[in-house]
Ligand binder design. Structure first.
Ligand code: SF4
Length: 342
């Protein structure tokens, strides 16, 4: 747990409640590690399709080491090496990469791959699949691409009334992995009112890391004058943590990318400040916020732990095989290192 370094006027009665678990999940850890290991082993440049994970600091850090982030595979030179991000890609993207003879490293989180497989299985059974998620999010695009003729995206409770299916007795819902659990269940309840035989996914699609971070923030939020969530604006699970904190009773909640975005006005009268971070956020950024809050007069830190996580995913298969051939034993889990000169 990061220690607070109180400023001169810090008050020991004012405290930070630090959520645990917070920050990196197993899928993010693996994806970032895959890019770093690829850079070390094959040398720069290594191309990465989309942001490897939705965090500005991570993307900037990897860019400094030689990763080149692109929007689509047609920006990658023929035959070059490209990493697919943790959010997953559709079969069409795999096909485009193969057509350009790209050497792919697929860092799709195994928990996203699980949802892809569910989509394929239900599409093969000719179900209408209602994919609860945010249109335009990379993960939703990837899952949708597995069975575009069978999947329709439902953005939330407000879209339930417009859903149309071919056979109301052959409908299943799946979801993006990083949604609010409560809002998703609200959407499902409304869908079930329309389609009483709506089938549930075989197991939770909202992943363990998303759920654990929401449970932890719910526990501390009622005690907090303000909750600060560290995470980027395009990080779905970070944005959800702000909403969950407010719904759970925090008087205010804000998202910041990094410590210098913390507005002293937010905490000037606060006795208790909740602090957490999204699943794509390195711990160094949380430590920076703790330091800043210390400077702003918050005298101590207490951790609020609601779960312990020990999940680790192994590196993508082809990268692992190449590293093994070179006699390299990857040490995992891995945490993003600070760039030089920070
Ligand atoms: S948030 Fe969940 S689904 Fe997304 S990368 Fe992390 S573990 Fe995987």
């Amino acid at each position: 747990m990061p220690a607070v370094t109180p400023g001169v006027d810090a008050d020991p009665n004012r405290k930070i409640l630090l959520a645990a678990p917070r920050g990196y999940c197993a899928g993010v850890d693996r994806a970032v590690d895959a890019v770093e290991k690829a850079l070390e082993h094959y040398g720069a440049p290594v191309y990465v399709r989309k942001e490897i994970v939705h965090n500005k600091f991570v993307v900037e850090t990897l860019t400094k080491r030689g990763a080149i982030f692109v929007s689509e595979t047609d920006e990658v030179p023929e035959g070059a090496r490209v990493v697919f991000s943790a959010h997953g890609v559709s079969p069409q993207v795999h096909a485009e990469a193969a057509a350009r003879q790209l050497q792919t490293i697929d860092a799709t989180c195994p928990l996203v791959t699980k949802v892809h497989k569910e989509a394929v299985r239900f599409a093969n059974g000719d179900y209408d699949i209602l994919l609860i998620g945010h249109d335009g999010h990379e993960e939703v695009e990837g899952t949708h691409g597995e069975a575009p003729d069978h999947i329709q995206v439902v953005n939330g409770p407000h879209e339930v009334d417009t859903v149309e299916v071919r056979d109301p007795d052959k409908v299943v819902w799946l979801s993006q992995t990083t949604l609010s659990v409560d809002e998703t269940m609200e959407t499902v309840d409304l869908l079930r009112k329309r389609f009483p035989n709506l089938q549930d996914p075989p197991s939770d699609d909202i992943c363990y890391a998303t759920q654990n971070r929401q449970v932890a923030v719910k526990k501390l939020a009622p005690e907090c004058d303000v909750v600060i969530v560290v995470g980027s604006a395009n990080s779905s699970n970070s944005v959800r943590l702000v909403e969950v904190a407010l719904e759970a009773g925090a008087k205010a909640a804000y998202r910041v990318d990094k410590a210098d975005e913390v507005d002293p006005e937010w905490v000037k009268d606060a006795q208790t400040v909740g602090l957490t971070s999204g699943a794509s956020v390195p711990e160094i950024l949380v430590r920076d916020v703790v330091t800043k809050l210390g400077e702003l007069g918050i005298g101590r830190v207490e951790e609020v732990r609601t779960a312990t996580e020990d999940i680790i995913f192994s590196l993508p298969k082809n990268l692992r095989a190449d590293l093994k051939k070179a006699g390299y034993q990857p040490d995992r889990p891995h945490k993003v290192r600070e760039p030089k000169g920070r």
